[in-house]
Design a protein around this ligand. Structure first.
Ligand code: ADP
Ligand code: ASP
Ligand code: MG
Length: 406
C-alpha cells in the first residue's frame, strides 16, 4: 500500500463536473489499495475575485482579514470534494488547515509553514478515509488564518506529502506535464519526462508558474517525489527528481519568461566608494528586492550610470524611495521602464558546457533584439529585453537550443 497526495489546481476543480472528475481520480488511487490525501485549490478565478472584493473595501487592507477572505475559496472546495468522494461510496472528510493543524509563521499573505501535525490525518487514513485538505492556508501561533502566497496550494500538497512520508505528490493541472517552455506560448514546446529539482526551482522562480517556487524548494529539501500531470486525461506526467536520476543531461532543459519585472536606470550617479550601498540600502529597508544589476564604466571618473531591476509591483515604491534620497546620494536622473521581460535559459548541463550564453546573445542579435541587462548563475543565463520582443526571443531561443518538438 502506498500513500499518495493528489493536488487539484483551480481549472481541475473549476465547477461541480470537474470536482466529480477529480473525485474519480482519487477513487482510482484508493481502489488500487493506496491511502489518499487530496489537496484542493479554489475554483479557477475565485481567488482573484476574493482579492478584488478586499481591494474594493480598502486597497491598503489589513493582511489578517485579507487572509480570512482569500482562504475561503479553497475551504468550500474541500467540502465539495469530500462530498463528491462520499458519493462514490468512499468515506471522506475535509480537514481545514487549522484543524490539522498546518502551523505557519505570522507573515500574512505569504506565510511559511513551520509544522504539520499528522496525528489526526494518520488516524483518518488508517480508518480507510480519504482526507481532503484545502490548499494555500494554515494557522499562525496567534490563532489567525494565514495564506501561503499565490499558487500556494502546491506548497500545501508538498508539505503534506513530506510530513506524511507519501510515496508521491501528484500535481494535477491543465497541462499534461512540465514543458521545455510554456506550451501556451510556444506550440513546439516539448513535454519533459523528468526535470531536476534544481532546474524546476530556477524555472519556477524565473517565471514558469506551472509550480509555485517554494513548493519545489520544499520538495527538494525533503526529497518529495513530485509529478505534474493532467486531470483531463490519464497520461503520465513529468517527474521532478534529483539529478542522479537523470542519465543524460541536456545543456539547456527549459526557457522561462517573467513579465513581472521593471527596470530602473540611474543616470549620472556620483562614482565613489559606498555608492551602491547608498542606493540599495534604502531599497532593502523598504523591502524591495533588487534582481539584475549593471553598472557602466565611468567615462569621466566622476559619474556613472547604473541599471537594475525590481519587481513590477514595486516599481512605484522604488522610484519614490530613490527620489527621496536623490540629492543625498547624488543621482542625476531616474528612468523607470516597466515594458520589459526577463527571459532565462536553464539547465544543469551548463555546469559542464561552455558557450550557452554566447549562443543566447548570437541568437538574439540575429533577430535584432537588444539586450538591456544580463545576469547569470551556475545553471542559468537571463537577459532583459523589451516586452514587445519577448515571444520572438523565446521562440528563437527554443529553436536555437534544439528544444523544438519534431
Ligand atoms: P493550476 O491552477 O492547476 O495550479 P497553473 O495555472 O498554476 O495551474 O499552472 C499551469 C499553467 O502553467 C499552464 O496552463 C501553463 O500555461 C503554465 N506554464 C508555464 N510554464 C510552463 C511549462 N514550462 N510547462 C508547462 N506549463 C507551463
Ligand atoms: N487559489 C490560490 C491562488 O489562486 C492558491 C492556488 O490555487 O494554489 O493563488
Ligand atoms: Mg498553480
Amino acid at each position: 500500500m502506498a500513500r499518495i497526495v493528489q493536488k487539484f489546481g483551480g481549472t481541475s476543480v473549476a465547477d461541480i463536473e470537474r470536482i466529480k472528475n477529480a473525485a474519480q481520480l482519487a477513487k482510482m488511487e484508493y481502489d488500487a489499495g493506496n491511502q489518499v490525501v487530496v489537496v484542493v485549490s479554489a475554483m479557477a478565478g475565485i481567488t482573484n475575485q476574493l482579492v478584488d472584493y478586499v481591494n474594493q473595501i480598502d486597497r491598503e487592507f489589513d493582511p489578517e482579514e485579507y487572509d480570512v477572505v482569500v482562504s475561503t475559496g479553497e475551504q468550500s472546495n474541500a467540502g465539495l470534494m469530500a462530498l463528491a468522494i462520499q458519493n462514490l461510496g468512499i468515506k471522506s472528510r475535509s480537514w481545514l488547515g487549522w484543524q490539522i493543524p498546518i502551523q505557519t509563521d505570522a507573515i500574512h499573505e505569504k506565510a511559511r509553514i513551520v509544522n504539520v501535525n499528522t496525528e489526526e490525518l494518520e488516524k483518518c487514513l488508517s480508518d480507510g478515509e480519504i482526507a481532503v485538505v484545502p490548499g494555500f492556508q494554515g494557522i499562525s501561533a496567534d490563532n489567525r488564518i494565514t495564506t501561503l502566497g499565490r499558487g500556494g496550494s502546491d506548497l500545501t500538497a508538498v508539505a503534506l506529502a513530506g510530513a506524511l512520508k507519501a510515496e508521491r505528490c501528484d500535481i494535477f493541472t491543465d497541462v499534461d506535464g512540465i514543458y521545455t517552455t510554456d506550451p501556451r506560448i510556444v506550440g513546439k514546446a516539448q513535454k519533459l519526462d523528468k526535470i531536476t529539482y534544481e532546474e524546476m526551482l530556477e524555472m519556477a522562480s524565473l517565471g514558469s508558474k506551472v509550480l509555485q517556487t517554494r513548493s519545489v524548494e520544499l520538495a527538494m529539501n525533503y526529497n518529495v517525489k513530485m509529478q505534474v500531470r493532467s486531470s483531463f486525461g490519464n497520461t503520465p506526467g513529468t517527474f521532478v527528481v534529483s539529478e542522479d536520476e537523470i542519465m543524460e543531461q541536456q545543456v539547456v532543459s527549459g526557457i522561462s519568461q517573467s513579465k513581472d519585472e521593471a527596470k530602473i536606470t540611474l543616470l549620472k550617479v556620483a562614482d565613489r566608494p559606498g555608492i551602491a550601498a547608498a542606493i540599495f540600502g534604502p531599497l532593502a529597508d523598504a523591502e524591495i528586492n533588487v534582481d539584475m544589476i549593471v553598472q557602466n564604466v565611468s567615462e569621466d571618473g566622476k559619474t556613472t550610470d547604473l541599471t537594475f531591476t525590481v519587481g513590477e509591483v514595486d516599481l512605484e515604491k522604488a522610484v519614490n524611495v530613490l527620489k527621496k534620497n536623490k540629492s543625498d546620494i547624488g543621482i542625476g536622473e531616474i528612468i523607470p521602464d516597466s515594458d520589459v521581460v526577463k527571459i532565462s535559459v536553464v539547465g544543469v548541463g551548463m555546469r559542464s558546457h561552455a558557450g550557452v550564453a554566447q549562443k543566447m546573445f548570437m541568437t538574439l542579435a540575429e533577430k535584432g533584439i537588444n539586450i538591456k541587462v544580463i545576469s547569470t548563475s551556475e545553471i542559468r543565463v537571463s537577459v532583459l529585453v523589451a516586452e514587445e520582443y519577448g515571444e520572438l526571443a523565446i521562440r528563437a531561443l527554443h529553436t536555437a537550443y534544439g528544444l523544438d518538438a519534431n
